[in-house]
Design a protein around this ligand. Structure first.
Ligand SMILES: Cc1cc2nc3c(=O)[nH]c(=O)nc-3n(C[C@H](O)[C@H](O)[C@H](O)COP(=O)(O)OP(=O)(O)OC[C@H]3O[C@@H](n4cnc5c(N)ncnc54)[C@H](O)[C@@H]3O)c2cc1C
Length: 441
């Protein structure tokens, strides 16, 4: 990591803005192809400004960093994945565990972002990219035809020029907006994620979560955010547990509860409290999430510029899945490849950079978003948030309640009664079911 500008960086092939997963992967690919690359990060080191819930799915790294699991700074391998539905007093959990995910090539891992992002950026440096930290990009440089030809920074030595700029500056990308690539932004497209990291001895975490060694747990929760639409999560690290909520900003602004109160209520829930009891808060962090997927994505290519990761709203927030890091790494890699192609061909116009769009469209990055395009709105809808959890929990409670001398009631009757009690119209239930089936089916 370097704070001194190498003399040649004032004119390089590729400038990557943002040392998160998208930026580092773009820089690795472009530098390995022999291009001169500068990676700019406003924080004192990559990962210092980055925040998330806690689980990375690094399968996409298999080619970029073979056997990444032997060196990546992970906390635990996720071998248990639970989806929890909460009401004020009830909890219904679908709990899956497999030994397979605890062995190479692994599936997902908990990791601290300062460690993980730092590690990824070190691969960019090893490939030859120059990493400049504590450097904030303040704007775009354009030529007289409007083509992006570099960036302005807050460094005393000022502007940096390049053939291609890759904007990986995260949610609310100031660069994508300045390039005119976002045609609209709407507060309804964003959620606020807040998280507490609680310290507990490793043995206590192992015992409470039923895991051993490096095995870890990922719990996604719905019905835990009171009147604010959103969701929650609990993830295990080696000797800390992350507990957090994701909250629809428009709803949060319209009511009195603060995010830390909503986390406190989640922590006090009878299904969660025994897992984290005695945990000492080590860190409190918050960050905005681009939640609306396809509905909010900007154009990602302009003359001389590409946009990747959260900057392009590529985070997938679809209820049982909250995946942003893998989408960021993949889009960063594809942006790097497209930049290499364009620089070699001597055409960095939007036309010359179109290989980026093709790569996104041909892979999970846009295919998952297209398939799940209705999911973010469905998951954050009032019915899914406030009515279905209660209805489903009541149905299950009645199925398992033994009311002798009454005989067991049939499931259809319970379902009908509980649907009516929750105030859900039959046609809405069918419509939501179909939307869910089309998205997740
Ligand atoms: C609460 C929460 C929970 C989440 N949980 C998960 C999860 O469990 N798993 C998962 O996969 N994803 C999760 N995500 C999403 C994930 O964090 C993001 O999708 C991912 O970080 C996107 O990576 P990125 O590289 O595009 O952007 P970022 O990680 O945001 O990186 C952007 C980088 O750009 C730098 N930067 C910004 N502006 C400038 C500038 N002007 N000049 C220089 N540098 C700049 C920033 O400092 C930062 O380092 C979660 C997000 C939140 C908020």
């Amino acid at each position: 990591m370097n704070e001194n500008v190498n003399e040649n960086v004032n004119d390089c092939d590729v400038i990557v803005v943002g040392g998160g997963p998208a930026g580092s992967c773009a820089a690795i690919v472009a530098a390995r192809a022999g291009l001169s690359v500068v990676l700019l990060e406003r924080g004192p080191f990559p990962g210092s400004k980055n925040m998330y819930g806690g689980v990375v799915y690094p399968r996409i790294l298999d080619e970029l960093i073979p056997n990444w699991w032997e060196e990546a700074p992970i906390q635990r391998w996720v071998t248990r994945r639970s989806t929890m539905l909460l009401t004020d007093t009830q909890a219904l959990t679908v709990d899956f565990r497999t030994e397979a995910w605890g062995k190479a090539p692994y599936n997902g891992a908990t990791a601290y972002r300062p460690d993980f992002d730092h590690w990824l950026a070190s691969h960019a440096e090893a490939a030859g990219a120059q990493l400049l930290t504590s450097t904030t990009v303040t704007g775009l440089l354009r030529d007289d035809k409007g083509v992006v030809v570099g960036v302005t920074t807050d460094r005393p030595d000022g502007d940096l020029r390049a053939r291609v700029v890759i904007a990986c500056d995260g949610v609310n990308s100031f660069l994508a907006k300045q390039a005119g690539l976002y045609t609209h932004t709407d507060v309804k497209h964003f959620t606020l994620g807040v998280k507490e990291t609680l310290a507990l001895p490793k043995e206590v975490i192992d015992e409470r979560f039923g895991v051993r060694g490096r095995e870890g747990v990922d719990i996604e929760i719905i019905g835990c955010t009171g009147g604010v639409n959103g969701g929650g999560f609990v993830y295990t690290n080696l000797d800390t547990v992350a507990v957090g909520v994701v909250l629809k900003i428009a709803k949060l602004a319209g009511q009195a509860l603060r995010p830390e109160q909503i986390i406190a209520t989640l922590k006090a829930h009878p299904a969660i409290a025994p897992l984290i009891e005695g945990g000492e808060v080590k860190e409190y962090s918050a960050h905005v999430i681009p939640e609306a997927g396809l509905a909010m994505m900007p154009k990602m290519i302009s003359d001389g510029m590409l946009v990747a990761g959260d900057a392009a709203a590529l985070c997938l927030a679809a209820g049982i899945w909250l995946e942003g890091v893998n989408f960021a790494m993949a889009s960063g890699m594809y942006a790097g490849e497209a930049a290499v192609e364009a620089v070699r061909a001597g055409d960095v116009s939007a036309q010359g950079l179109r290989g980026y769009q093709r790569r996104l469209s041909d892979t999970f990055v846009l295919q998952d978003h297209r398939k799940l395009r209705r999911a973010p709105e469905l998951v954050l809808s009032d019915r899914v948030q406030h009515l279905y959890p209660q209805m489903v929990a009541n149905v299950v409670e009645r199925m398992f309640r033994i009311d002798n001398p009454q005989p067991k009631p049939g499931l259809r009757r319970i379902l009908k009664q509980e649907r009516k009690r929750a105030g859900i119209r039959r046609r809405d239930l069918i419509r939501d079911g179909l939307t869910g089936f089309r998205s997740y089916g």
